[in-house]
Design a protein around this ligand. Structure first.
Ligand code: GLC
Length: 565
């Protein structure tokens, strides 16, 4: 295990969606015991940190992102003893464990909310955001605020006639972070898990914790739909509901909470759907190094950057994305590299299912400066499935009643999915019925595809030219080369690579590596050969040029060279 103080800067994270990873008890639902049984697989793949989507007690209306007890485990996943074993078994293999913490809201079934809604005088009333409505009898929402997913985020509660605020779905009421008791409770919850040995947290929609204290309307905007750069939508900006200055200040409180843990140190990565400078702001202010610490920041250690999710695999776009990340996240900051997760269309399906392009994407993700996040199944090219909107289990699919043709249009035109079940289907372990996720004869919670098309661990593990083997090679490379783990990044100018090849150096005092990525479906010749020898490539067996200088790259080929001066 990398025990350096800032191990999290050098790690590679793998996201496990526990419901879909491995079902150990034959109920069709993945569980923590299943995950424990595959820790050897993950260690062998070469990832270093596991982020596990929520497994706490929950009515599962949003599959765990609606928590009803933060200090217990949903019975379908295991119990506290299983978590303890997961942590120790993972640590024994050099893997770290990061939990998903949903600070912004609870389930409406959480005893706190049940008490809060039961009476205006209950001490828990002030734990949530309650307001009188406007107009005659308070029948209109208190202000114009939209939820993050569109539509008013205010919901009227029958008995008291007041409205509660929910940034996400109506059954996920927002906690009131202006109440010190809420802050204290949630920090204590984090300590509860840190004391059990977890290595950090992924913080769910953490830029939504505070809203404007005076409940002023959000200003209007011209934007109809949100993007990875701007959450404004339906002609409304979110300046009074997202990225509030008080939220930024609270990030420092969260950081102080994890920084009290030292052996080993812990870290926070935030889900911040915002423009890159606002995402950056959640990392706090620069803080100088001391005798035994390097310089850092005093807010979140990392934030997800989502522009990569939709970025086409085109050299110009890749270069400008990297330049932007370097500009906004220079040392001591670090960008993150995210291509898929449990909310978005799987990256490989944006790449037309093409395994060659997926390998190039892998080479890019694992050699750029920053912390990579791999989503389960990404390593075998698991595809986004097509599932009908009507029977979706994902509540987002039913938020607005839309016909299937709209979902198809959104998928084909905008490469987005309105049904998150499609990217959450069971991990494809082998060729047996149910893909080895659960025993044959059991119905898994979401279906596996009829044609697995070789996209299984079993098929790819022994094939050196598979996507899986490509991941494993690059992960090993990263582990062995400090230049990739913590080196500087220097882009090669287009004049030295040609228009279709992205080139960069990764430099550490001990070595310099050069990465060349051919983002095109044709052979490309470099304007002048790059001296050095190839140490790893997207192809296991590089037909030519492994020994000498690189002059040509095959379609969608990526290579890493040891530079010879
Ligand atoms: C985040 C999660 C998503 C969840 C939502 C509400 O965006 O990634 O899955 O539904 O927050 O908690």
């Amino acid at each position: 295990m990398n025990d350096s103080k800032r191990w999290w800067e050098e790690t590679v994270v793998y996201q496990v969606y526990p419901r879909s990873f491995l079902d150990s008890n034959g109920d069709g639902i993945g569980d923590l015991e299943g995950l424990i049984s595959r820790l050897d697989y993950l260690a062998d793949l070469g990832v270093e940190t596991l982020w596990i989507s929520p497994f706490y007690r929950s009515p599962q209306c949003d599959f765990g992102y609606d928590i009803s007890d933060y200090r217990d485990v949903a019975p379908e996943y295991g119990n506290l003893a299983t978590v303890d074993r997961l942590v120790s078994e993972a640590h024994a293999r050099g893997l770290r464990i990061v939990l998903d913490m949903v600070l912004n809201h609870t389930s409406d079934q959480h005893p706190w909310f049940l008490a809060s809604r039961a009476s205006r005088s209950d001490p828990r009333r002030g734990w949530y955001v309650w307001r009188h409505g406007r107009g005659d009898g308070g029948k209109r929402p208190p202000n114009n605020w939209h939820a993050m997913i569109g539509g008013s985020g205010w919901h009227r509660d029958g008995p008291s006639g007041e409205w509660y605020w929910a940034q996400f779905l109506p059954f996920q009421p927002d906690l009131n972070y202006r109440n010190p008791a809420v802050q204290a409770e949630m920090l204590d919850t984090m300590r509860f898990w840190l004391d059990r040995g977890v290595d950090g947290f992924r913080l769910d929609i953490v830029n939504a914790l505070f809203e404007d204290a005076d409940f002023r309307d959000n200003p209007s905007s011209w934007k109809l739909l949100p993007s990875d750069d701007d959450p404004s939508m339906l002609f409304q900006a979110s300046s009074n509901t997202l990225n509030h200055p008080d939220t930024l200040a609270f990030m420092k409180e969260l950081r102080r909470c994890v920084d009290r843990y030292d052996h080993p140190s812990r870290f926070l990565v935030g889900e911040v759907n915002a423009a890159i400078d606002q995402a950056r702001a959640h990392c706090g202010d620069l803080r100088p190094g001391t005798a035994d610490t390097a310089p850092g920041t005093d807010g979140l250690n990392l934030v997800f950057l989502f522009r990569s999710v939709t970025a086409p695999l085109v050299a110009g776009t890749m270069r400008s994305l990297m330049a932007d990340y370097e500009e906004h996240f220079p040392r001591p900051l670090l960008p993150t590299w995210v291509f898929s997760n449990h909310d978005r269309l799987r990256r490989i399906s944006r790449l037309g299912g093409d395994l060659r392009r997926a390998k190039l994407n892998t080479a890019w993700q694992l050699t750029a400066r920053g912390v990579p996040f791999i989503y389960y199944g990404e390593e075998i090219g698991m595809l986004q499935q097509r599932l009908p909107l009507k029977t979706a289990l994902d509540p987002i699919a039913h938020r607005f009643p839309l016909p299937q043709w709209v979902a198809d249009l959104v998928r084909n035109r905008f490469k987005e999915s309105l049904n998150r079940d499609e990217c959450r289907t069971p991990m494809q372990w082998d060729e047996s019925p149910n893909a080895g996720f659960c025993p044959p004869g059991i119905t898994p919670w979401l279906p596996t595809p009829h044609n697995l098309d070789g996209r299984t661990v079993q098929r790819q593990r022994s094939d050196p030219e598979s996507l899986f083997s490509c991941y494993r090679r690059f992960l090993r490379l990263r582990r062995e080369h400090p230049a990739l783990r913590r080196g500087d990044l220097e882009m090669l100018p287009e004049s030295s690579t040609g228009r279709h090849i992205v080139g960069y150096r990764r430099k550490d005092p001990s070595e310099t590596l050069v990465v060349l990525l051919n983002a095109s479906g044709s052979h490309r010749t470099l304007p002048s050969p790059v001296a050095g020898h190839v140490i790893v490539g997207t192809a296991a067996a590089r037909p030519a040029g492994a020994e000498g200088p690189v002059t040509t790259l095959a379609p969608w080929e990526g290579v890493v060279l040891h530079e010879r001066p």
